[in-house]
Design a binder for this molecule. Sequence first.
Ligand SMILES: Cc1cc2nc3c(=O)[nH]c(=O)nc-3n(C[C@H](O)[C@H](O)[C@H](O)COP(=O)(O)O)c2cc1C
Length: 86
Amino acid sequence: MAVGLLMMQATRMGYVAHPVSGYNALKLKPLLGIPDDHILVTLINVGRHGQDVSLLQDDQRERETGPRIRKPLEEVLSWNQFQFGG
Ligand SMILES: Cc1cc2nc3c(=O)[nH]c(=O)nc-3n(C[C@H](O)[C@H](O)[C@H](O)COP(=O)(O)O)c2cc1C
C-alpha cells in the first residue's frame, strides 16, 4: 500500500515513479546504509521525464515512448469469488 500510494502521489505531483526489483539486496543494503535487521522490499525511482531518450536501452525507450497497454479490468479484478481462467 505504501508503495502504491507513494507512486500515486508522485504521479499527481507530475513526477514519474518506477518500482524496481532488479537489484541484489545483499549488495545494495550496505551501499545504502540499510541495517541488517531491515528488509529491503523495493526501490522506487522518482524523477521527471528527460528529453533525451537516447540514453535509454532499446527496450526501455520503447516502453517509455510507446503507448501504455493495460490489462482490461475484468482480467485483474473479480468480486466475491475467484473468477479467473477456465
Ligand atoms: C514490482 C515491480 C518491479 C519492477 N522492477 C523493474 C526493474 O527491476 N527494472 C525495470 O527496468 N523495470 C522494473 N519495473 C517496471 C517499471 O518500474 C515500470 O513499472 C514500467 O516501466 C511500466 O511503467 P508505466 O507504469 O509507466 O507503464 C518493475 C515494475 C514492478 C511493478
